[in-house]
Design a protein around this ligand. Sequence first.
Ligand SMILES: *Cc1c(COP(=O)(O)O)cnc(C)c1O
Length: 371
Amino acid sequence: MQVPFNDLYAQYQSIQPEIDAAIAAVIRESAFVRGRFVEQFEQDFAQAIGVDHCISCANGTDALYIAIRALGLEPGDEVITTAHTWISTAETITQAGGRVVFCDTELDSFLIDSTQIEAKITSRTRGIIPVHLYGQPADMDEILAIARKYNLWVIEDCAQAHLAEYKGQKVGTIGNAGTFSFYPGKNLGAMGDAGAIVTNNPKLAEWMALFARHGGKGNHQIEGINSRMDGLQAAILGVKLPYLKQWTEKRQAIAHHYDLELADVPGIQTPHRKGDRTHVYHLYVIKSDHRDDLKEYLSELNIQTVINYPLALPNCQAYQYLKPDHVRNSSTWFPCVTINQQEILSLPIFPEIGDLATQYVANSIDVFCQR
Ligand SMILES: *Cc1c(COP(=O)(O)O)cnc(C)c1O
């Protein structure tokens, strides 16, 4: 048996007639850039999230960059974000003229440790970017309380958490703005790059739409950038959006199955779930002291796994400039992410995977651990 990490073709096959028709319609109308498919998707996505405004853009990285620019940074301003995320979250802070300030995570949930944020605040701090990593919402109440106390903005990086809820509220609607990626492998994936920003603030929405589209047409009001979702991606996403809820429930059922099967396997820690929020399982990440051997063993059995991510950002070459002189090794600098980067392993999870495959994955892990 072969178990791929993800199978995008299986998802396409499950809705092929609708996708093919949507693509044909875009071509027939030559609605390649902007146009009715993009406008329709912006409306539909805003409604699905329960938010007033959705601004589509080229990808999830641009979504972050546009949102940070909209909320505003002066050179030298600092933004606090998690040390355990995809680099987009941090690199866009620098691109927008800010300084990245990493915060360590909780050892078990992989989420930004909200109890460590306040100690990172200086007179230059302007914002916080929590990431709802792997599909589980960050501690939004604690983060918003800090933001209010110090007058900071909050951008939620929702790239891995479409439809996840924190205390009954959809992520992306809790901070000043929420950013989404529709990269093909995300829970809602295009057939190319795409992204969006959501907000309930009309002024912010207006500025972001203007900035993403060259500052308008004719008498350009500001200098902007060119970041747009193309019509094909919008039409494809429009077909997929109505399925997102059932696909998410499928992911949750698969995760539940893994949880049960792996609960008593020695040496394996299943994902920690916080009780007051939903987890949409973009990734199902276990921890093992023998991670590299386990990964190798599964690979020999044709089970594909991934490490998200092999090096926490503060330990990457790109961020060595942040390391103070007195810190000799990373294990004392960001201890939790440094431990976790050695133990995490993402198992195959996607709506079409099927019980046979997940059973095979769980059994194989069990056999490895009982050896
Ligand atoms: C995927 C991802 C992004 C970036 O999205 P792209 O569409 O690939 O640019 C940003 N943040 C996180 C946490 C992601 O997982």
